[in-house]
Design a protein around this ligand. Structure first.
Ligand SMILES: [Ca+2]
Length: 136
C-alpha cells in the first residue's frame, strides 16, 4: 500500500466491503464506482485489473460526470491508476475532486486501478470506458 489513512486504523474490518474485477474482455467495455451516477458508499475499496493481449495497450476514457471527495493529495477518497498489473507498478496518477481525468493510457498490456472511499463524505464517483489498442 502506498499510504495508510490514519482515520481508518483500527476500523478496517468494520464495514469493510470489497469489489472490483479482473478484466480481460478484448472487446472493451466499461465499469464504474458502485451506484454510479448515484453516490458511492463509504468504506469501499474496488480493485480493477485490466489485461490486454500481448503487444496491446490500454486506453481509459473517464466520463465527464465525475466527483470523488476532494482532499489534499487525494489522501481520502480517490482512484489510483498504475501502469502495470501490481499495486507497486509505476503510479500514473491519483485522482479526486470534480475534474475528470479524461484520457489515460498505459504503456503496456496491464493497468491497475483502485477506487477507495473512507468513512465520511461521498460523491457520485466515476465511470470509465476502456479499449485495448495495438501497441507500439
Ligand atoms: Ca469520503
Amino acid at each position: 500500500m502506498a499510504s495508510v489513512d490514519l482515520r481508518n486504523v483500527g476500523k478496517i474490518s468494520q464495514n469493510s466491503q470489497h469489489c472490483g474485477t479482473w478484466i480481460k474482455n478484448i472487446e472493451g467495455g466499461h465499469f464504474s464506482s458502485p451506484n454510479y451516477p448515484k453516490t458511492y458508499p463509504p468504506n469501499k475499496e474496488c480493485l480493477y485489473i485490466l489485461e490486454a493481449l500481448p503487444r496491446q495497450r490500454i486506453e481509459l476514457l473517464f466520463e465527464d460526470t465525475f466527483y470523488i471527495e476532494l482532499s489534499f493529495e487525494c489522501r481520502f477518497d480517490h482512484i489510483e491508476v498504475r501502469d502495470g498489473p501490481f499495486s507497486f507498478s509505476p503510479l500514473i496518477n491519483r485522482f479526486c475532486g470534480s475534474s475528470s481525468p479524461g484520457l489515460v493510457l498505459s504503456s503496456g498490456r496491464f493497468i491497475w486501478i483502485r477506487f477507495s472511499s473512507d468513512e465520511e463524505l461521498e460523491g457520485l464517483g466515476f465511470s470509465v470506458k476502456y479499449t485495448f489498442t495495438p501497441g507500439i
